[in-house]
Write a protein that binds this ligand. Structure first.
Ligand code: ADP
Length: 518
């Protein structure tokens, strides 16, 4: 739309220019004829008008030339008499001259226009052919830059196009290849290999295949070749294009990958064998460990039985000796024997418990029991030792509602007794001990035993539940094994509960346990 209006504008301006050129040049010609060329009037009547019309036609073409012719005729017939003494058209002969002028000028204008057009067409044809040559050169250059072989072969298997990549494989320049037959370029052997693909592509079937080729430099390369049929308008194949790309690096990588995969498979098999052997070894080691642990437990339980019997006898007889002792030395010595034997008995019992828990052979008998009964039992058992240290016991257990808890009664008692005995052992003389409880979410019972001892130093707090760890008490004269809390933690956790403590150095500690309500 825009283009056609532009063309229209150009045509209009060309016509306007032509019109003015005709007007000016015809006026000039008329002026020259009136003066200074007046004296030549009889010899060359249209002397100046011919060149004027020719000039206009040359400048602006056929229409402007015709206009100039018409202007010249009008000037000599209408305007001439106003300026010249002799009229321009006097007789019939003058009309004939004017007719000759009109015909000659029209012919000249037409010829000039035709010459113009022919010249323009020639220029256009020249520029089209130049552009097409440039385009061909450009396409040719691009094909040549390609590292892949690109070519075109006609039905008679004669090369029409070949790019520079051909020289790498066949050692011939493209211009030497063009015109050769396929067989002449490849040689008999390679031609025989390619022949089935050639026949197929000439039948109209595109081809894609892999091939190993020798390069001119002696190296061997790998290519993927494509033969693409070129069909005529009537569907017959008039030739085919070849595109062959080198994939040597890819092929080498593929071979390497295959080798690596094989190696990996081999390693995998070895690894599986190794894992199997190790698993068997570990199973055997586990079996052996289990057997050893069972043997250890058996040994410990029989040993502890064997030890406890004579130790109980030692304690019993020592107590008899103490009761009947007449002198101070015998009394004191028997007391020492009793205390040492009891300590040994405690150590044996706890070691046995701990080893049972660790080996997983400790069986719990969890059931519903009254907390109050258990607590009252434990408190009455520790009352004597509390009294010995003048420790005041604030026992809220008496006011406990009748709460039932899910525990193993004996083991739960063992834990409470351990906490109570610690609260007495590690308390100060004339100190106090508070037993308290709370119920959490109607699901758990939380029991706490607080004392007014010296507390636990921060650097010992993390090891309080570690077996055989006395958290600094080993340097004191308070007897203990360092096993009680470790056993308590394991037992409470086996009863689905938790154990913990809070402590302030110099003020005391508060140990708590949480067990499920029934
Ligand atoms: P032990 O037989 O030594 O009492 P436990 O396992 O019962 O073994 O306790 C471990 C250590 O924790 C104790 O040796 C002691 O140092 C510390 N401990 C336990 N209870 C208290 C407490 N109520 N106050 C201060 N220290 C305590």
């Amino acid at each position: 739309m825009k283009k056609s209006s532009l063309e229209h504008d150009t045509i209009v301006s060309k016509h306007v220019k032509g019109f003015f050129a005709a007007l000016v040049l015809v006026s000039l010609a008329a002026g020259l004829r009136i003066w200074p060329l007046q004296m030549l009037e009889s010899e060359l009547t249209w002397l100046t008008f011919y060149p004027a019309v020719i000039a206009v036609a040359l400048y602006a073409g056929l229409y402007a030339g015709l206009q100039a012719t018409v202007f010249a005729c009008l000037t000599v017939t209408l305007l001439w008499p106003l300026f010249a003494t002799h009229p321009f058209i006097e007789n019939r002969l003058d009309f004939l001259e004017m007719a000759i002028f009109v015909i000659t000028c029209s012919l000249i204008s037409y010829l000039v226009e035709s010459a113009h057009r022919a010249q323009k067409a020639l220029k256009q044809a020249e520029s089209v052919s130049k552009a097409s040559i440039e385009r061909d050169q450009f396409t040719r250059a691009i094909i040549d830059y390609m590292p892949n072989m690109i070519g075109y072969w006609d039905r008679d298997l004669r090369c029409c196009i070949a790019n520079s990549a051909y020289s790498v494989w066949f050692g011939k320049n493209p211009e030497d290849i063009i015109g050769l037959t396929f067989r002449e370029l490849t040689g008999e052997q390679l031609f025989t290999l390619n022949e089935p693909h050639i026949l197929n592509v000439l039948d109209g079937e595109p081809q894609c295949f892999e091939r190993t080729l020798n390069k001119v430099n002696g190296s061997v390369g790998h290519i993927i070749g494509h033969y693409i049929p070129d069909f005529d308008d009537d569907g017959t194949v008039k030739g085919f294009a070849i595109h062959a790309s080198e994939v040597t690096v890819l092929k080498e990588t593929e071979v390497k990958l295959k080798l690596i995969t094989q190696e990996l498979l081999h390693h995998k098999e070895n690894l599986e064998e190794l894992v199997e052997t190790r698993t068997t070894d570990i199973k055997a080691a586990l079996d052996a460990a289990e057997k050893a642990s069972q043997a250890k437990s058996k040994f410990l339980s029989s040993m502890s039985h064997e030890l406890r019997t004579p130790l109980n006898a030692v304690v019993g007889f020592s107590e008899l000796i103490e009761m009947n002792a007449k002198d101070k030395f015998t009394k004191e010595s028997s007391q020492k024997i009793i205390s040492a034997s009891k300590h040994l008995l405690e150590l044996i019992n706890e070691t046995l418990d701990f080893s049972k828990i660790k080996s997983g052979s400790l069986e719990l008998n969890i059931d519903s029991y009254s907390l109050k009964n258990i607590l009252l039992d434990c408190v009455s058992m520790t009352k004597v030792s509390a009294a010995k240290m003048s420790i005041q016991m604030d026992n809220k257990a008496d006011s406990l509602p009748d709460v039932e808890i899910n525990v193993d009664k004996t083991r739960f008692k063992q834990v409470i007794l351990n906490l109570l005995s610690n609260a007495i052992k590690y308390n100060r003389e004339h100190g106090s001990m508070v037993i308290d409880y709370s119920i959490e979410d109607k699901k758990m019972l939380c029991l706490s035993i607080a004392d007014t001892g010296k507390g636990i130093a921060p650097d010992h707090q993390h090891e309080i539940f570690t077996s055989f760890n006395r958290a600094g008490a080993e340097c004191s004269n308070i007897s203990g094994t360092g096993l009680g809390l470790a056993i308590s933690k394991k037992l409470i956790e086996k009863m689905n509960g938790r154990i913990g403590f809070k402590t302030t150095v110099g003020e005391g500690s508060c140990f708590w346990i949480e067990v499920p309500l029934s």
